[in-house]
Ligand binder design. Sequence first.
Ligand code: CMX
Length: 133
Amino acid sequence: MLKIDHIGIAVHDLDAAVARYQKLLNCTCHKIEEVTSEQVKTAFFAVGESKIELLAATSSESAIAKFLSKKPEGMHHIAFEVTDIYKEIERLKAEGFTPLSDAPKKGADNKLICFFHPKDTNGVLIEICQSIV
Ligand code: CMX
């Protein structure tokens, strides 16, 4: 794993959360992107070499809508950047972690992504991601 790429935070109202995090971080949100495959709208803030990703659901079927139907707003996942996502998925599977997709998917911020179930990681949903070049 290279670094924490971003921390995902699930929110109900993206615009309100963006305004709040702009004040908190004293910087402008540099990217707002809808990811139709994940049924989310995302907003990114750069903090040093990592990012904060605010996530709001665009459909009731979204993982974020399901999360927010059971839990309050808050941390949804931690994403680690990797150099070879295919190799890292195989390594993590061999170590007993459970991927939530058979193969990497195209996610936000021009990344290939793969999630791992929080039951294996002390209750924290883990994402690994690799930039698409
Ligand atoms: N962090 C920690 N725990 C979580 C969680 C999260 N983000 N989401 C769900 N859980 C908990 C559930 O509350 C449940 O807990 P209990 O067993 O104590 O009730 C447990 O995990 C297991 O839940 P499940 O029934 O197996 O699965 P869910 O239907 O709740 O789905 C998950 C959970 C993680 C499998 C699903 O959300 C998923 O596949 N996520 C990956 C994709 C994703 O999150 N996309 C949105 C972000 C996209 C982006 O970043 O662009």
